[in-house]
Design a binder for this molecule. Sequence first.
Ligand SMILES: Cc1cc2nc3c(=O)[nH]c(=O)nc-3n(C[C@H](O)[C@H](O)[C@H](O)COP(=O)(O)OP(=O)(O)OC[C@H]3O[C@@H](n4cnc5c(N)ncnc54)[C@H](O)[C@@H]3O)c2cc1C
Length: 383
Amino acid sequence: MDFELPPPTQEYRRQIKRIIAETVTPADIDLQHETGTFNCPPLNRALAEHGLIERAVPGLGVGDPIELWVLFNELEKAAAPMDGLGVAVMIAGVVNHVGTESQKEQILPSILAGEALVCMGLSEPDHGSDLASVTTRAVRDGDGWVINGAKMWTTMAHEARWLVLLTRTDLDAPKHRGLTMFILPMDTPGITVEPVFTMGAERTNATFYDDVRVGDEWVLGEVDGGWQVLGVALAFERGVMGGTNPAVPLLRRLGAWARQAGVIDDPIARERMARVAIDNEVAALLTQRTASIAAKGGLPGLEGSMTKVFASEAYLKAAHWFQELAGPDGLLQLHEPGAAADGWIEADARHAPVTTIQGGTSEINRNNIAERHLGLPRSAGRQ
Ligand SMILES: Cc1cc2nc3c(=O)[nH]c(=O)nc-3n(C[C@H](O)[C@H](O)[C@H](O)COP(=O)(O)OP(=O)(O)OC[C@H]3O[C@@H](n4cnc5c(N)ncnc54)[C@H](O)[C@@H]3O)c2cc1C
């Protein structure tokens, strides 16, 4: 099999690398760890100015289908702040897939210009894995809707222009069928945002909805068809939008430290570094397959689950191994004197567990693989 990318895609990769090198400074990377906001507005704008965001949006890209993967693969390898852009690109793909012409006109240009971020109000305090049970209510009121409820883990809500919100619209329907997705401006009256800081340094948010009034024009997809819209979003999210090669910068930083600390000849260190390098390659190939399906208009729900489980757990294993190798110096934090790899080992060791939870936990993804790929029975407790 020929893994060489076609010339236009190689050129796309070169352009992205150049823009990252010109735009993202070490200070930008530090800033995301200080603020917990994993986003870099100058980078988003620079990519947009060259048309590189549009090329990556599922269903909208003008280049080779694999460009979606190339963009996030390069950002991730460079450790560039990218979570904000990742969700925005994913939701641009969803809007392009199921949105009305008016939604496409209002929302897509702001995302493709690298200006607007999007947050996702899916999870609730009591319903994360079991999203079909969400209780945030949208009730018909004349021509529009009134929304009341609370969401948890609404990452980027404090920066986003747009909000994608999963609501319950029919209490009598089976739980997967009475849901409706909205996409609405974050400055709609009645929405409040409270910060939540995680052990992995990311800032996320709790969001509250008090008599939020919106018109029908903000329904995304069909009324009571929110579950289908969610399927589109998750298919793009899992294993496509980055989050699948974070051990690449970790290995680079570990390698530099191992050379400087004289650990590079240690057989255990060498074996672990080699194994992490192999896992990184496997994760890249799995992501490439998932992205290719998504960008060709498919919905790689199963392949995304496979990619996410493999990549996030390989990252967790790498961070754990490297922290063991570094000993006490691997416990020191970013830029602390004496910290192994300038503190990145410690930062990754805290960040890695979070990646096995956000975007769907490993257990839920394993269930998905077991049921849809291996044909095993549905797990206990699921309806
Ligand atoms: C940093 C971060 C950012 C996030 N960003 C967003 C965001 O922007 N928008 C958003 O909507 N959500 C977001 N999330 C939420 C994330 O998707 C959920 O945390 C995740 O889906 C798990 O839901 P939960 O936290 O409610 O845990 P629970 O669903 O309560 O799960 C608790 C434990 O039980 C296990 N479990 C649950 N059900 C089953 C089952 N059927 N079989 C086997 N095991 C099971 C889980 O795997 C987990 O180990 C974010 C989370 C984090 C940590």
